[in-house]
Write a protein that binds this ligand. Structure first.
Ligand SMILES: Nc1ncnc2c1ncn2[C@@H]1O[C@H](COP(=O)(O)OP(=O)(O)OP(=O)(O)O)[C@@H](O)[C@H]1O
Length: 685
C-alpha cells in the first residue's frame, strides 16, 4: 500500500540538505588536497638538490600521507554523492525494553552522521539494521558488540528514493516486504547484476551474516539469489572487519569472464572495491605455465555433448568422482612410503647413513616431497659442518649436489611421471591419454596439479582471507582438494546440484560434504528471478523443490513449426516483438556452440544479434545468442529456446539442460521446434 507521508518528504528534504552540505565541504577538501599536493610536488622538485636525505624523506612522507587522506576523502565524497541520489530505503522505529519512546532508524547503503556524531543514516550492515530484515512489528533484538539489545519494533517503513525524489513510501504490514519485492522483481533486467539491500529476505540475511562457518555451502535453486547473497556477504565482511580485511584479501572463482563482468558492479554499488575474480582455468594456467598445455573446457565440453567420444566421457566421469580422489590419495600415501629408497651417501670422507636420511624423511612427513628433500639437505649439511668442526676440515658439499642425490633415491623425478604412473598403479592405464604432445586433457589438469602439490609443493596464497566459489556443482572433488591447499582460509561455496551442465560430472552435494571440515550447509528454495508461470513450467520439466515467488506473467509458449525455415521465421517474429516491447534483454539459448553459431549465421544480417561464447568478456543488453553453458548464472527478460525437438533433447541430462535454460527467463519464455517435439516438455494445457 503506497502512502503519502508528508513528514517523510520533509525528513528527506532535510537529509538531502545535510548531504549536500557535506558534499560541498568534501568538494572543498578534495580541492584543497589537490592544491596542496601540487604545491608540495613543485616545492620538492625545485628544492630537492639543496635538501639532505632526511629532508627529502620527510617531504615524501608528508606527500604520501596527503595522497592517503585525499583518496579517503574522494571515497567518502563518492559515497555521499550516491546517498544524495538515494539516501535510505527503510526506516524502523525501535523502542528499548526500559524506554517509553521509540527512536527512528533510517537505513541506507552507507552510514551518514552529522557533526555531533548523531547517526542520520545507518549502514545496512550495522548490527541495528539487521532487525529490518529479521523482524516484523513487535519484539525484536540485535547483537551489538556489547551484547544482545532487546526491545520492540513499533514501525517499519520502506521507501524508493531515486534522484533525490521519493518515488513511493510504504507502511509495513506483514505482506509489505512482498509488495516492494514484487516491484523490484517486475522491473526489467540490467546489463549488470544489481544490489538487493532494500529487499534482502530473512533466510538470505541469515546467510549474509553467518560468521561462524569456516566453509559455508549454499545449495540454492535457480534464481534463489545465491550469487547476490555471496556478494552481499562479502560486503558485510568488508564492513564488519574493515580493520583487517580489504577487497584485495577476497577472491571469487567464477565460471567465465562474462559472468565475472556481469556481477562486477555489485560491490562498487555497495561502496566497496571490486574483488579479484579468477576462473579455474586461470588457476590451471598459472600452475602449468611453461610446463604443460591443456585443453580448454569450452572445447572439450562440445566434444562431450556430442556424445561421440565415449572413452573421453568415461575418463571424464571417472576423474570427477570422489572415489578417484580417494584412490589418488591412497596412491600418494603409498608413493610417500614406498617410492623413496634411502641409501648411504658419501660426501668426501663423511658417510651419511640411510637410517639418518630415512628418519629425517619421516620427520618431514607432512611436507611436499621436494620440500622434505630440501630440509634433509639442510640437515646433512649441518651434520657435515659439525663433523668438520669436531674432527678435521671436511669440504662441505653444495645444496644442489645433496638435493640431486636425494632426488635420485625417489622412484620418479617429475610430477608428470609420478602422475601417469598412478593409472598403472590402479590397473587402469586406459584412463590416461595425452590430448596431444605435451598437452593434457581437461580432466587431467587438476589431478596433475594435485600431484604437483604433493611432489613439488605450492605457494599458498597467504594474503587471501576469503574465497567465494560460484557454480559449485561444476567442479570436481580434486578441484576442491586443490583449492583447499591453495587457499587456507574461509570459504563461501554456492551453487545448485540441480544445474549440472557437464553430463559426465559425477560430483554431488554428498561428496562436497565429505571434502571439508567445519562445513555448514544452508539451503534456499525460493526463486526470485522468474514469474510463477515460468517456474511452474520449468518444474514440470524437472521436478525440484523450487518455490516460486508470487509474481505472475505470461504462460510460456511452445511454438510448433513445419520446417526449419518456418522455425526461423517464428524466431524472427519473436525478435520483432521483442524490439517493440519494453524489455531490454533477450537470450536465445542453444544446446551447443555449433547450434548457436548456425543460428547467428542465419539471423545476423537482418537482426542486431550478438553471440556470447567462451571467448566473450562482457554481458550486453539486446539480443544474445548463446549456449546453456554460457548462460549459467545470467538472466534475460525474455528467453527463446530453439530446436526443442526430440532429437536434440532426449536424455535425462538434456532435461537438466532444458531446466537451466528455462530458468534464465525473468518475464517471458518461448520454445520453438520443428519435427517431433521433445518428450521432456510438459504438455500444453
Ligand atoms: N531479496 C531479493 N530482492 C530482490 N531481488 C532478488 C532478491 N533475491 C534475488 N533477487 C533477484 O533474483 C535474481 C536471481 O538472483 P541470483 O542470480 O543471485 O540467483 P542465483 O541463485 O545465483 O541463480 P542461478 O543459480 O539461477 O544462477 C536476480 O535478479 C536478483 O537480483
Amino acid at each position: 500500500m503506497s502512502v503519502n507521508f508528508p513528514e517523510e518528504t520533509k525528513h528527506l528534504d532535510r537529509i538531502i540538505g545535510r548531504l549536500q552540505d557535506a558534499l560541498n565541504e568534501l568538494d572543498e577538501r578534495v580541492k584543497a588536497y589537490a592544491d596542496e599536493f601540487k604545491e608540495s610536488m613543485k616545492y620538492l622538485a625545485e628544492n630537492r638538490s639543496g635538501m639532505d636525505g632526511m629532508e627529502i624523506f620527510s617531504n615524501q612522507t608528508s606527500i604520501s600521507q596527503m595522497i592517503r587522506s585525499g583518496t579517503h576523502t574522494v571515497e567518502r565524497r563518492t559515497k555521499i554523492a550516491k546517498l544524495i541520489d538515494s539516501p535510505y530505503f527503510a526506516r524502523i522505529d525501535f523502542k528499548l525494553v526500559d524506554e517509553n519512546e521509540a527512536d527512528p532508524v533510517y537505513i541506507g547503503r552507507f552510514s551518514f552522521s552529522d557533526d555531533d556524531n548523531n547517526m542520520l543514516i545507518y549502514d545496512w550492515r550495522a548490527p541495528i539494521s539487521s532487525m529490518y530484515y529479521d523482524f516484523e512489528l513487535g519484539h525484536a533484538f540485535y547483537e551489538a558488540p556489547a551484547g544482545v539489545i532487546e526491545g520492540e519494533l513499533t514501525r517499519k517503513r520502506q521507501f524508493k528514493i531515486k534522484n533525490g525524489q521519493m518515488e513511493y513510501a510504504l507502511e509495513s504490514s506483514i505482506s509489505i516486504i512482498d509488495e516492494v519485492l514484487q516491484r523490484e522483481l517486475s522491473s526489467n533486467s540490467d546489463q549488470k547484476m544489481k544490489n538487493i539491500v532494500a529487499t534482502i529476505q530473512k533466510e538470505q540475511n541469515k546467510i549474509i551474516r553467518n560468521e561462524n562457518a569456516d566453509v559455508l555451502v549454499i545449495q540454492g535453486v535457480a534464481g534463489s539469489g545465491k550469487t547476490s547473497i555471496a556478494l552481499h556477504r562479502i560486503a558485510y565482511f568488508l564492513y564488519k572487519y574493515k580493520e583487517r580485511l580489504s577487497a584485495q584479501n577476497v577472491v571469487i572463482i567464477s565460471p567465465n569472464k562474462v559472468f565475472a563482468d556481469y556481477i562486477s558492479n555489485v560491490l562498487p554499488e555497495l561502496g566497496e572495491e571490486p574483488i579479484v575474480e579468477v576462473g579455474f582455468e586461470d588457476i590451471a594456467a598459472e600452475q602449468l605455465h611453461n610446463v604443460l598445455e591443456f585443453e580448454r573446457y569450452a572445447v572439450e565440453i562440445d566434444r562431450l555433448l556430442d556424445g561421440h567420444d565415449q572413452q573421453l566421457a568415461e575418463r571424464t566421469r571417472f576423474k570427477s568422482s570422489l572415489e578417484f580422489l580417494t584412490q589418488l590419495d591412497e596412491y600418494l600415501e603409498f608413493a610417500s612410503e614406498q617410492y623413496f629408497e634411502p641409501q648411504d651417501c658419501t660426501f668426501g670422507s663423511v658417510t651419511v647413513s640411510k637410517d639418518f636420511i630415512q628418519k629425517r624423511y619421516q620427520a618431514y612427513k607432512n611436507q611436499p616431497i621436494s620440500q622434505r628433500f630440501a630440509e634433509i639437505t639442510e640437515d646433512i649439511i649441518l651434520l657435515i659442518k659439525k663433523e668438520s668442526v669436531m674432527e678435521r676440515k671436511i669440504p662441505v658439499p653444495t645444496k644442489k649436489a645433496v638435493m640431486k642425490k636425494l632426488l635420485s633415491m625417489f622412484k620418479f623425478t617429475s610430477t608428470l611421471a609420478l602422475y601417469t604412473h598412478f593409472f598403472t598403479f590402479i590397473d587402469r592405464p586406459e584412463m590416461f591419454v595425452f590430448k596431444s604432445k605435451n598437452s593434457l586433457e581437461h580432466a587431467d589438469v587438476f589431478p596433475y596439479i594435485y600431484v604437483k602439490i604433493f611432489f613439488e609443493g605450492i605457494e599458498g596464497l597467504d594474503g587471501i582471507q576469503h574465497v567465494v566459489i560460484d557454480e559449485m556443482q561444476d567442479y570436481t572433488p580434486v578441484q576442491y582438494a586443490v583449492i583447499k591447499k591453495l587457499y587456507k582460509c574461509k570459504k563461501t561455496i554456492l551453487g545448485d546440484f540441480g544445474q549440472i551442465v557437464n553430463p559426465y560430472n559425477s560430483n554431488s552435494l554428498q561428496s562436497l560434504k565429505k571434502l571439508f571440515e567445519n562445513v555448514e550447509f544452508m539451503e534456499l528454495n525460493k526463486s526470485y528471478r522468474s514469474t510463477y508461470e515460468i517456474i511452474s513450467f520449468a518444474q514440470r520439466i524437472q521436478q525440484s523443490n523450487i518455490a516460486p515467488v508470487e509474481r505472475h506473467g505470461e504462460e510460456p509458449r511452445i511454438i510448433p513449426c513445419d520446417s526449419s525455415q518456418s522455425e526461423l521465421a517464428s524466431i524472427e517474429k519473436l525478435l520483432t516483438d521483442f524490439r517493440n516491447s519494453s524489455y531490454s534483454s533477450l537470450g536465445i539459448i542453444c544446446k551447443t556452440n555449433r547450434q548457436a553459431k548456425e543460428l547467428y549465421d542465419a539471423l545476423h544480417e537482418k537482426h542486431d544479434v550478438h553471440v556470447l561464447d567462451f571467448n566473450s568478456e562482457k554481458f550486453i543488453d539486446g539480443i544474445t545468442i548463446t549456449t546453456i553453458h554460457m548462460s549459467k548464472g545470467l538472466e534475460f527478460d525474455e528467453v527463446i529456446i530453439p530446436s526443442a525437438n526430440a532429437e536434440r533433447y532426449q536424455t535425462d541430462f538434456d532435461r537438466s539442460l532444458l531446466y537451466i535454460a528455462c530458468t534464465r527467463a525473468m518475464h517471458k519464455l518461448t520454445l520453438t521446434y520443428h519435427g517431433e517435439i521433445t518428450s521432456l516438455l510438459p504438455l500444453q494445457g
